[in-house]
Each structure stands twice: as C-alpha cells, then as structure tokens.
Design a binder for this molecule. Structure first.
Ligand code: HEC
Length: 318
C-alpha cells in the first residue's frame, strides 16, 4: 500500500488530534488537562512512545519484505505506487476529462496559428455547484421576496432578544457579579448574621465590635466621610478609603456578595448609639427619595446659613 502522508507528518498529526480531543473532553478549568491531571500527561507520553514504536516496526517490516521480492515484483510495486492523485478514479469522476490518447475525439476544427482548442465537457463538480446555486436562488426568492418569511431587522431583533435572555439566565446563577450599581440593601436575618460574622472577623480591629469607631470612623451615625447608603458603603468597602488612612480595598479578600452582606450589616447598625462613640466625621447622609432633611431640621436651626448648607447638602446627594 502506498503511504500518502509521510511518517514525520502522520505521527505529530495523530498525536495532536488525540491531545486536542483530551483537552476538549476533560473539564480542567483554566489549566490544560495534562498539567492538572498527571495521569493524562502519562497517558500522552505512553501514547507518543507507542506511535513512534509502531512506525519503526512497520517501516522495518516493509524493508524486509521489499528485500525478499523478486526483480519482477519490485517493478510491479513501483508501477502501482506511481499512480498519482491526478490519475485516480475519484479525479476522473469529478472532471470527466478525456485521456490524452483520446484527445482527437474532442479536438475542434479551429486553428489559431497552430493553437488548437479542445471541446471538453464541463466538469461534473462545476455543473453540480451551478445547479445547487439555482435551487438555492429559487428557494431564497420565494421565501424572502414572495412569502416574506422575516426581514433582516426582525432577525437582528430576535437574536438580540435571545442573547439578552441568555445574559439574564447567566446572571441568575452568577450572584457574585455584584456591582456598585446593582447592589441592594439586604434585610433578611440570615444575610445580616453572615454580615456580622464577616465584620467580627475583619473589621472590629479598627471599627470596634459595636462599630462605634476606633482607628476607623464611627459607622453607626448618620455622618459619612465617603458617603452613606448601600451603594457608597459597598463601594468604600470594595475600593477602600482615601489613601494612607488605613482602610484597604477589601475586594481582594471578600467576595462581592460578602461585601454586600457586611455593608448591609453596618447599615443595620444605624442609630444603635454605642457607648463612647468616636465623634462624628464627614457629612450627614440623606437617603435619596427621603423627605428633605431641611424641612424637619428647619425649626431647630436658628442660623440661616446652616439651613442653606443642609439644603445644599441634600441637593448634592441627589
Ligand atoms: C486597618 C484598619 C481598618 C480595618 C481593618 C477596616 N477599616 Fe474601615 N475604615 C478605616 C479607616 C481609617 C477609615 C476612614 C477612611 C478614610 O477616611 O478615607 C475607614 C472607613 C470605613 C468606611 C467608610 C466610613 C465613612 O465614614 O465613610 C466603611 C463603611 C468601613 N470602613 C467599613 C469597613 C469594613 C466593612 C471593614 C471590614 C471588612 C473595615 N472597614 C475594616 C480603617 C479600617
């Protein structure tokens, strides 16, 4: 049998296919399978060894058999192996070309200064493609120009809707994609107690167990240096405070959903009035949508400039 692909192409090719298949079928996360699972590497090593061994053996057998052939047989073999793809049956079927001996049958009368012309039939592959195009065109014409199945715009909108749905599905099972814009205040007891645990483990050193403040500011009052409300508090814990103050970005240690829980826990401590709190720092935070504080405070405020700052503050937060 004639070998169309030489061994130095065949061995790496088979090896690459097997390795590719292993990578495809073995779920190994972001690491290649043969690094994550040593058994896979071992298997690949043995497999490569066997491939090469088989090649060597087959080649040796071929050589021995060849040396045992008579001269007559050697000649026959050489002839059989010299058949090229261009002369093969498959090629004949695809082109229906005439052999050179029968050239006279298709020769035309034309003679252009000694240059002659053959009247070969159209190659079957070409004719087949041509008819396929005609069938496609008819189907297309009827479907989109006569029946009006759907327009490009409808196709686009349908695809976008489908993808939107897939994104929504994905977000449902990926709760850790919590961001500053999406975060909401949690009020259920389970989340708050988890938040409390996170706070006890990571934050009490600076904010005190009752959050009354030590190195870090008091977290139980209405005054915030970096802005109150769930979105700002979430952001502060995620990204850290002003540089050099000691509040590190916690996104390296805590998951976004954990930050959401601890932020919710902190906000649940609002107005808990711990003993000896650290004096208030920052500005009073008025939740968006709440009644303007200026109205409530106006009666107590005597200094008109103070009213003005409260109003300006409440405008700032909107
Ligand atoms: C190493 C000490 C330290 C630790 C630990 C620490 N903080 Fe802070 N925290 C600070 C300091 C200091 C500030 C003030 C930052 C500033 O002024 O920019 C602060 C500010 C904050 C603020 C903003 C307060 C405001 O007024 O705007 C929040 C919220 C907060 N921390 C939450 C936490 C949480 C939650 C943890 C635990 C996961 C934590 N902190 C751990 C030192 C700490």
């Amino acid at each position: 049998m004639k070998k169309i692909i030489p061994a130095y192409v065949r061995v790496p090719l088979i090896f690459a296919i097997v390795m590719g298949a292993l990578e495809y079928f073995i779920d190994s996360g972001d690491k290649p399978a043969f690094i994550k699972y040593p058994m896979v590497a071992l298997f690949l090593g043995v497999f490569l060894f066997l491939l090469i061994a088989i090649e060597i053996v087959v080649d040796a057998v071929d050589k021995v058999t060849y040396s045992l052939l008579s001269d007559e047989q050697k000649k026959q073999l050489a002839e059989a192996q010299s058949v090229s793809f261009a002369d093969s049956k498959l090629m004949k079927m695809l082109t229906r070309s005439k052999d050179i001996e029968q050239e006279a049958d298709v020769m035309l009368d034309h003679d252009y200064d000694g240059i002659k012309e053959l009247d070969n039939v159209l190659p079957p592959w070409w004719v087949g493609l041509f008819y396929a195009c005609i069938v496609f065109a008819i189907v297309y014409l009827v479907r989109f120009h006569i029946v009006g199945d759907y327009t490009q715009e409808e196709e686009f909108i349908a695809e976008m809707e489908q993808k939107d749905k897939e994104v929504q599905e994905y977000l449902k099972t990926a709760p850790d994609l919590m961001t500053k814009d999406k975060v909401t205040l949690l009020t259920d007891a389970a989340s708050l107690s988890e938040g409390e645990n996170i706070f006890k483990t990571n934050c009490v050193a600076c904010h005190r167990a009752d959050a009354g403040g030590a190195i870090g500011p008091n977290l139980t009052d209405k005054y915030w240096i970096l802005g109150g409300g769930i979105k700002n508090v979430f952001n502060t814990i995620t990204e850290g405070g002003r540089s050099g103050k000691g509040m590190v970005p916690w996104k390296e240690t805590l998951k976004p959903t954990e930050i959401q829980k601890v932020a919710s826990y902190i906000l649940s401590l609002q107005g808990s009035n711990p003993k000896d709190p650290k004096p208030s720092e920052g500005d009073e935070w008025i939740e968006e949508g709440a009644a303007p504080a200026a109205d409530a405070d106006a009666t107590a405020v005597t200094d008109s400039t103070e009213v003005a700052t409260v109003v300006v503050d409440s405008l700032k937060t909107e």
